[in-house]
Design a protein around this ligand. Structure first.
Ligand SMILES: [Mg+2]
Length: 216
């Protein structure tokens, strides 16, 4: 149980934390290669090889999360394709319940995502999660990904917080490690970010299995 009474600011990641990462994995690993194969007249297997190498080139950078970058790189209308399958966007179990309980405690709640603003908009519209936050910040506004050096210091300019009294939930270990280096005190990972994927066995950070277990 996080020490709720000492925490003033609570930061939530979106994909894989509040929302089931299955949507994104399905989209990028299945749907995008299929569409790419179709427009290029190649097999699915060939498309997967090409696209995986494109993914690797920008992994860990802001471009990896950038809709504009991928629309240009793959010649696909990423936004339109995402809207087509937006019914697959799901909130993780008890996430809404935790958000509404924390709101009652008057905590300063921030959504901090690497998702591109257009991607965020689709997900926010579909799930209604943005109403719980006093600010929703996309790393594209800071021109740095959350796992990049300096992101968490730069974030202070957009939403000032006291790192000693701040908690971050994020399914990315790289993001949690960077936040730790920049002084954020309470850090929690997610045990199974994709409901169809494997659960993490162990981690240097405590892992949340179900948000229902930590409702204050
Ligand atoms: Mg995430």
């Amino acid at each position: 149980m996080p020490p709720w009474s000492t925490i003033e600011t609570i930061m939530f990641d979106m994909d894989g934390t509040l929302l089931d990462l299955h949507f994104d994995n399905f989209f990028w690993l299945k749907m995008v290669p299929q569409c790419y194969a179709k427009i290029k007249g190649i097999t699915n297997k060939e498309a997967i090889t090409i696209i995986n190498s494109k993914y690797r080139q920008v992994y860990g950078t802001l471009n990896w999360y950038c809709v504009d970058y991928w629309e240009k790189e793959l010649q696909l209308n990423i936004t339109k394709l995402k809207i087509e399958i937006s019914h697959k966007i799901l909130v993780r179990p008890n996430a809404l319940k935790l958000l509404s309980e924390l709101q009652l405690l008057n905590k300063k709640m921030l959504l901090v995502t690497n998702a591109h603003p257009r991607d965020f908009e689709i997900k926010a519209r579909h799930t209604g999660i943005s109403k719980f936050f006093y600010k929703c910040i996309s790393s594209h506004q800071l021109n740095l990904a959350k796992e990049n050096l300096g992101f968490w210091r730069e974030l202070q300019k957009f939403a000032p917080y006291d790192a000693e009294h701040t908690l971050l939930f994020d399914d990315s270990v790289e993001v949690l490690q960077q936040a730790q280096r920049e002084g954020i005190k309470y850090l929690y990972g997610i045990k199974q970010p994709d409901s169809h994927g494997p659960a993490l066995k162990n981690s240097e950070f405590p892992l949340i299995e179900d948000f229902g277990h930590i409702i204050p």
